[in-house]
Write a new protein. Structure first.
Length: 120
């Protein structure tokens, strides 16, 4: 995922947490906020409740890969927050969860919109 598609600053995360809308299930919480850009940016948050560093990094890598492959409408800041149960989930469970939450938030791009969601 290219750096321009990543939320990197504390202020960016804070804005999404403070003013964004949220959708949740038993594995993931997503928070979204419009960003006035021509592309969407992503952030990932995995707390220490999810496990040790190796487990948290694995979860982060899985979430990043799913965000890279799912087509999302442009113009949004999206933060994926992993819950404790995420550490026991596999790729397909996480992908299904994220796609469901993004569709509830009406962020999935149609085939007509075909937005590059982080692929270089």
């Amino acid at each position: 995922m290219a750096k321009k598609w990543a939320l990197t600053k504390r202020a960016q995360y804070s804005a999404v947490y403070k003013s964004g809308k949220a959708w949740a299930d038993n594995l993931i919480i997503i928070k979204i906020l419009p960003n006035q850009l021509e592309y969407s940016r992503y952030g990932f948050s995995v707390s220490k409740e999810a496990g040790k560093a190796v487990v948290r990094n694995r979860i982060r890598r899985l979430l990043r890969e799913i965000a890279r492959t799912v087509l999302v409408k442009p113009g949004w800041d999206i933060v994926f927050i992993a819950r404790k149960a995420t550490s026991a989930a596999d790729y397909h469970q996480l992908e299904k969860s994220i796609v469901t939450l993004l569709s509830q938030a009406d962020l999935l791009a149609d085939q007509d919109e075909m937005v590059c969601s982080g692929v270089d």
